[in-house]
Design a protein around this ligand. Structure first.
Ligand SMILES: *Cc1c(COP(=O)(O)O)cnc(C)c1O
Length: 401
């Protein structure tokens, strides 16, 4: 019998029944090392006891009341987020796309509240991914995602990543903001240069524009700092976050300075689910761990170790791996052959990695990954490369015949 799910995904023929830390156990009882973490979401591992405890404790008390009432759990999490970031104010969402969407609305509203409704244009980067709503596909600019969905939402101007001259040239009388992922995730672990982001900050300051960082994938400890803007030393005015924030419970947010958020007053924006007691209780438990003693140091150390071991893997398999890139535990292997083949071969070696554009396989393990698990991952990725080399050898022989 066919699936009743709308067929928008080419799913692997594999389902999971439960998880433990960095491991997933399939419905057939096979154990997989999870270096995808549900696309950088299950950052504290599967069935993390502290998160299970927070979730079940809150589930027995109260799930949802709506934003018509005060939500102490949301207040606490928002307060914590403002204490540890540049931001003064937080709006909770259920997903990354909604967080980016809210960030875009906040920027446009800022300009109109400042007497500049004509400054509605937002500069974005080629190869970006900002979500799948009508506004965020326009922001991302990927023709595959825009095709067939009617007129593209107006007001987005795209420039090549790290092209400083194009960036300067793109600023005009209608520009109101710049939106950028400091490290592109779906785009293939492509890092913005420090100079590129610094130039963005300068242009924003000079022209009264807002700088929006999409840290949906890079945020909440993934790169070894709480947010990647700290690594770069470039501070945005507005930031969208999600993925790691709920550790698997759907939770996102956009954060803003008081000034950049000044247009967002009563009635300008809303959400039914966003920031409900259940979601924000889990988010608080996630932050407590990520901000706990030594956690980010662990991410940095494991990130360095993994990157070093991957560089060795590249040396051993130069016909498979072209490049190792990324920061912290957001790493990518640029491949010579099709990324789909690599991901499938890895799956046969019982390690899960995630495809991205630019022919890159992403490695996004849970941040709680251990040295032993990294060693095991390298063994499995080594076996993956050997498997692909054997296939290539076979193909070469076939071609020679
Ligand atoms: C995943 C992602 C999004 C979209 O998040 P959803 O929860 O899928 O809506 C937006 N921006 C970036 C950088 C992402 O990685």
């Amino acid at each position: 019998m066919g699936s009743s799910l709308l067929p928008t995904y080419a799913r692997a023929d594999l389902a999971f029944e439960r998880g433990e830390g960095a491991w997933l156990i399939s419905t057939k009882g096979e154990r997989f090392l999870d270096f995808g973490a549900g696309i950088a979401v299950a950052s504290l591992g599967h069935a993390n006891p502290a998160l299970v405890e927070a979730l079940t404790r809150q589930a027995q008390k109260l799930w949802h009341t709506s934003n018509l009432f005060e939500i102490p759990e949301a207040e606490r999490l928002a307060k914590r987020l403002t204490e540890v970031t540049f931001a003064d104010l937080v709006f909770f969402t259920n997903s990354g796309a909604e967080a980016v969407e809210g960030a875009l609305k906040t920027a446009r509203k800022f300009q109109s509240a400042s007497g500049h409704p004509e400054k509605f244009e937002i500069i974005t980067c080629e190869g970006a991914f900002h979500g799948r709503t009508l506004a965020t596909i326009a922001a991302g600019g990927n023709p595959k995602y825009l095709e067939g969905f009617g007129p593209k939402l107006e007001g987005f101007v795209q420039i090549p990543l790290n092209d400083i001259e194009a960036l300067k040239a793109a600023v005009g009388p209608h520009t109101g903001a710049i939106l950028v992922e400091p490290i592109q995730g779906e785009g293939g672990i492509r890092m913005a240069t420090r100079e590129f982001l610094e130039t963005m900050r300068q242009l924003c300051d000079e022209h009264g524009l807002l700088l929006i960082f999409d840290e949906v994938q890079t945020g909440v400890g993934r790169v070894g700092t709480l947010f990647s803007y700290e690594h770069y030393g470039v501070v945005p005015d507005i930031m969208a976050i999600a993925k790691g924030l709920g550790g698997g419970f759907p939770l996102g947010a956009f954060l803003t300075t008081r000034d950049a958020g000044k247009g967002m007053q009563v009635g300008t924006h809303g959400t039914t689910y966003g920031g409900n007691p259940l979601a924000t209780t889990v988010g608080m438990a996630v932050l407590d761990i990520v901000l706990g003693p030594g956690f980010l140091d662990h991410v940095k150390a494991m990130g360095l170790l993994l990157k070093q071991r991957l560089a060795e893997l590249q040396d051993a398999h130069p016909d498979v791996i072209a490049d190792v890139r990324g920061l912290g535990l957001m790493l990518g292997l640029a491949l010579h052959g099709p990324v789909a083949n690599f991901v499938a071969a890895a799956r046969q070696e019982k390690i899960l990695v995630i495809p991205a554009a630019d022919n890159v396989a992403r490695l996004l393990p849970p941040l709680i990954i251990t040295e032993d698990e990294i060693a095991e991952a390298i063994r499995r990725l080594d076996a993956t490369c050997l498997r692909l080399e054997a296939e290539m050898g076979l193909a070469q022989k076939r071609a020679a015949l």
